[in-house]
Design a protein around this ligand. Structure first.
Ligand SMILES: Cc1nc(NNC(=O)[C@H](CC2CCCC2)CN(O)CO)c(F)c(N2CCN3CCOC[C@@H]3C2)n1
Ligand code: NI
Length: 183
């Protein structure tokens, strides 16, 4: 299982690399890696397991964060209507997005960033993501709210982008024009 010891921290070069497409059908190794990403996120949301293994809670995780520069992500989070959005995807891609922006009122953090970096992170309010699930089947997912924010944060990791790259340097809490504020 993945623990915090496996998660590389800001400054590690892998976090700034463009991750490689996963060759499909996936190898046994890639299947194991994809599964371990989702397993971490689920474990981290179970207070006993998180406590026992010292896991920082997360709603998403990307393969570069465990020093695997491959295009794989996992997301496990409740949507606006409390529906569970749980995906582990190979080669996820944002194929369309709203013009409208959104941001988390409390800003963002990252399991690969130990300190907190305050500020609004502008994201698209709605995205359509295409990817391949654990069975190698193509999936197309329309997202809004926190799940949309999370998928964008994870896909950024595959492109060597960190959340704080998006924060306004002069005024981190500068209001984001016509954006949806997410609690
Ligand atoms: C918003 C939030 N961010 C948490 N952590 N950070 C992360 O997930 C990073 C990714 C998120 C940062 C902002 C968008 C994506 C990890 N990242 O670095 C991966 O690239 C949380 F843990 C969390 N929640 C709310 C839901 N709760 C359900 C019950 O279990 C605890 C859980 C806590 N909400
Ligand atoms: Ni992150």
């Amino acid at each position: 299982m993945i623990t915090m010891d496996d998660i590389i921290r800001d400054g590690h070069p892998t976090l700034r690399k463009m991750a490689e497409e996963v060759v499909l059908p996936p190898s046994e190794e890639d299947k194991q890696i994809l599964n371990s990403l989702l397993e971490y996120v689920i474990n981290s949301q179970n207070s006993e397991i998180a406590e026992k293994y010292g896991l920082r809670p997360g709603i998403g995780l990307a393969a570069p964060q465990i020093n695997v520069s491959k295009r794989m992500i996992a997301v496990h989070v409740n949507g606006d209507r409390d529906e569970l959005i749980s995906y582990a995807l190979y080669n996820p891609k944002i194929i369309s997005h709203s013009v409208e922006k959104a941001y988390l009122k409390s800003g963002e953090g990252c399991l690969s960033v130990d300190e907190s970096i305050p500020g609004y992170v502008p994201r698209y309010a709605r995205v359509t993501v295409k990817g391949f699930n654990a069975d190698g089947k193509e999936v197309k997912i329309r997202l809004k709210g926190l799940p949309a924010i999370c998928f964008q944060h994870e896909i950024d990791h595959l492109n060597g982008i960190m959340f704080y790259d998006h924060i306004n340097k002069d005024n981190p809490f500068k209001p984001i024009e016509d954006a949806v504020e997410i609690d």
